[in-house]
Design a protein around this ligand. Structure first.
Ligand SMILES: Cc1cc2nc3c(=O)[nH]c(=O)nc-3n(C[C@H](O)[C@H](O)[C@H](O)COP(=O)(O)OP(=O)(O)OC[C@H]3O[C@@H](n4cnc5c(N)ncnc54)[C@H](O)[C@@H]3O)c2cc1C
Length: 495
C-alpha cells in the first residue's frame, strides 16, 4: 500500500521554527515527514574544514534530532554523501517493499559546491519519480529577485545602491508576507519552551522501517571522534539557544551603533555562528526585531539592519560571481605580487607580531573561535597590506578557526580588506594598526584580555611599538615602510 509521507533533507537549515520547506512538506504529507542529514565526505575533506565549527554543527544536529523526536518526527543521519545516501535509502526501501517518499523537500543554498550538488540530487529524485520542492530560507531576498533595472540578470556590485534596492523590495507586499510568516513561526519557540507543542508530526524512522533496517548511530560516532580534535569551548547549540541569544540581545540593540566598533565592549549580537548553520535566519531576526526600512541610518536599529543586508549582499555576489571563491573579484588584482613570507604568516597566526591589537585579535580567534568585526578588519588589513601576504591565506586560516566561518561573508570580508573585492576598501586606504587600537581600544581592555603579559603596561604604551619586554615581541615590521611597499605592489598590478 502506498503511504503518503515526505522526507525533508536538512543541510544548513537546522531548525524547525520558520522552516518553510519542512512546513510545506508537513502539509503535503499530512504530518508524516521524516528528516534526513548526510555527512558529505567531500565536505569533510575540504581544506576549509574546522573541527571546532564541525562540533557546533554536530551539536546543532543533536539538538534538532531531539526536538524532532519530541514533536513526533525523527532525524536519520547518514555517514555518506547525499548522492549515495539517497540512492542507498531508496534501494533499501524498495527491497523491503516499503513505499518511496511522496515528497522530498529542502531549502536552497547558494555556494557553488551546494548548487552543483543540488542539481545532481534533483536528477536522482527525478530518476526515481519522486516529487521534490525547495524554498528560500536563510536569505530574505534571493539573488534572482534583485537585479539592476537596466540589464536583466545583472546584479549590483556596490553595496549602497544594492541596499537601496533591497530596502525598496523589502517594502513590497510579497516580502512583508514572508516576514509575517516568520513572525508566526517565532511563536513556536515560546510554545515549545512551555511544553505546549503537541506531537505535530506523526512518523518516525523506527515506525517506518520497523525492525527491517537499522542504521548505525552516526551522529554519536561522529561526535565522539570529533570531540577529540576540538580545541575550544563550544557554545550551546541549536535554534532554541539562538533564539535565546536574540531575545537577550534586544536590550543592547539601541546602543549597537555606538558600541559595535569597540571590541572591549560586548556590543554585538554574536548571532553569526547560529546564522551559519541555519539555527536562526536573517528573516527571523528582522521579523523578531520588527526592523523597519530606513533611508538614512539614523538609529542603532538601522545600523544593525544594514549589517544584515551586508550579509545578503555577499551572498548575492557569491551566487552571481562564483569565481570569487577562487580569485580576486577585481581582475587587475589577480596578479598582485605578494611577498608571502611564511615566517610572518606564522607570527600572524600565533599572535606574536608585536602589534598588540593584531595579536589580541588572533588570540581571541584561536582561543574562542570568534573575533570582533572591527578586529577582523584590522588583522586582515595587517596581513595583506603590512605583511604583504595573499588574502587567500588569511581567508583559509579564518575558515580553519571561525565558528561562524561562512564562505560568502568571509570571502567578502577578506576581499574588502585586501581591496580586491566588490565595493572594497580603496587600495590606498591602509589601516594604521596603532591608530586603530588607540581609537577603538583606548584603555586597552580588549588587548589586555587576550594578552595578559601586557596587563601591567599603561594603556598608552599599547598603541605604540613595545621594545625590550620580557615575553612580548617587538614589532616584526615597521608600518610606514610596509605601507609604501603595499602601495607600490597595488600600483604595479594596476599598471
Ligand atoms: C576579514 C573578515 C572575515 C569575516 N568572516 C566572516 C565569516 O566567516 N562569517 C560571518 O558570518 N561573518 C564574517 N565576517 C563579517 C563580520 O565580521 C561577522 O559577521 C560579525 O563579526 C559576526 O559577529 P556578530 O554576529 O556579533 O555581528 P553583529 O554585529 O551582531 O551583526 C549581526 C549580523 O550581521 C551580519 N554582519 C555583521 N557584519 C557583517 C559584515 N561586515 N559582513 C557581512 N555580514 C555582517 C552577520 O550575519 C552578523 O551575525 C567577516 C568580516 C571580515 C572583515
Amino acid at each position: 500500500m502506498k503511504i503518503n509521507y515526505g522526507i525533508h533533507w536538512f543541510r544548513r537549515d537546522l531548525r524547525v521554527a520558520g522552516n518553510k520547506a519542512l512546513k510545506e512538506n508537513w502539509k503535503r504529507s499530512d504530518g508524516k515527514v521524516l528528516g534526513i542529514f548526510c555527512f558529505d565526505k567531500k565536505f569533510l575533506s575540504r581544506d576549509d574544514m574546522s573541527f571546532n565549527r564541525f562540533q557546533l554543527f554536530i551539536d546543532s544536529l543533536v539538538a534538532l534530532k531531539e526536538e524532532l523526536q519530541t514533536i513526533g518526527s525523527d532525524l536519520l543521519v547518514l555517514d555518506v554523501g547525499p548522492q549515495e545516501a539517497f540512492k542507498g535509502l531508496f534501494k533499501k526501501i524498495s527491497e523491503n517493499n516499503l513505499s518511496l517518499p511522496s515528497h522530498i523537500s529542502f531549502n536552497r543554498d547558494y555556494e557553488p559546491f551546494a548548487k552543483k550538488r543540488d542539481a545532481e540530487l534533483t536528477k536522482i529524485f527525478e530518476d526515481h519519480k519522486i516529487d521534490y520542492f525547495h524554498h528560500r530560507d536563510h536569505l530574505l531576498i534571493e539573488p534572482h529577485e534583485l537585479s539592476k533595472g537596466d540589464k536583466e540578470g545583472s546584479g549590483y556590485q556596490v553595496y549602497s545602491p544594492f541596499a537601496r534596492k533591497w530596502l525598496e523590495l523589502f517594502k513590497s507586499n510579497e516580502i512583508q508576507v514572508r516576514l509575517q510568516e516568520q513572525k508566526k513561526g517565532l511563536e513556536y519557540f515560546e510554545k515549545y519552551r512551555m511544553n505546549k507543542i503537541p506531537k505535530i508530526f506523526s512518523y518516525s524512522w523506527g515506525e517506518f522501517f520497523g525492525d527491517k533496517i537499522t542504521y548505525p548511530k552516526t551522529l554519536e560516532l561522529y561526535s565522539k571522534e570529533n570531540q577529540k580534535k576540538v580545541t575550544i569551548a563550544i557554545p550551546k547549540a541549536g535554534s532554541h539557544e539562538a533564539f535565546k541569544l536574540l531575545e537577550n540581545y534586544v536590550s543592547k540593540l539601541d546602543s549597537y551603533g555606538e558600541d559595535r566598533d569597540f571590541p572591549g565592549l560586548e556590543g554585538t549580537s554574536k548571532l553569526s555562528m547560529y546564522l551559519k548553520n541555519g539555527s536562526v535566519t536573517v528573516p527571523q531576526i528582522i521579523a523578531y526585531l520588527n526592523l523597519k526600512p530606513y533611508s538614512k541610518k539614523s538609529s542603532s536599529r538601522d545600523v544593525f539592519f544594514s549589517e544584515l543586508i551586508w550579509r545578503e549582499f555577499y551572498y548575492h555576489i557569491l551566487d552571481r560571481h562564483p569565481r570569487v571563491e577562487k580569485e580576486a573579484f577585481l581582475t587587475q588584482y589577480k596578479s598582485l605580487e605578494w611577498e608571502n613570507n611564511k615566517e610572518y604568516f606564522e607570527h600572524w597566526k600565533k599572535g606574536t607580531t608585536g602589534f598588540p591589537i593584531v595579536d589580541a585579535g588572533m588570540r581571541q580567534l584561536k582561543t574562542t573561535g570568534w573575533m570582533h568585526n572591527r578586529v577582523r578588519m584590522i588583522v586582515a588589513s595587517f596581513l595583506t597590506k603590512d605583511l604583504l601576504i595573499n588574502w587567500q591565506w588569511g581567508e583559509k586560516y579564518f575558515m580553519d578557526q571561525l565558528l561562524d566561518g561562512d564562505l560568502a561573508p568571509n570571502n567578502g570580508g577578506w576581499q574588502w580588506a585586501a581591496s580586491t573585492g566588490c565595493d572594497p576598501q580603496p587600495y590606498f586606504r591602509i589601516f594604521n594598526p596603532w591608530l586603530q587600537s588607540k581609537r577603538f581600544d583606548k584603555e586597552g581592555e580588549y588587548i589586555k584580555a587576550y594578552l595578559p603579559e601586557l596587563k601591567n603596561l599603561p594603556a598608552k604604551a599599547l598603541h605604540e611599538p613595545i621594545h625590550g619586554h620580557a615575553t612580548y615581541p617587538s614589532p616584526i615590521v615597521e608600518h610606514s615602510e610596509q605601507r609604501n611597499k603595499a602601495l607600490d605592489m597595488y600600483k604595479k598590478a594596476r599598471g
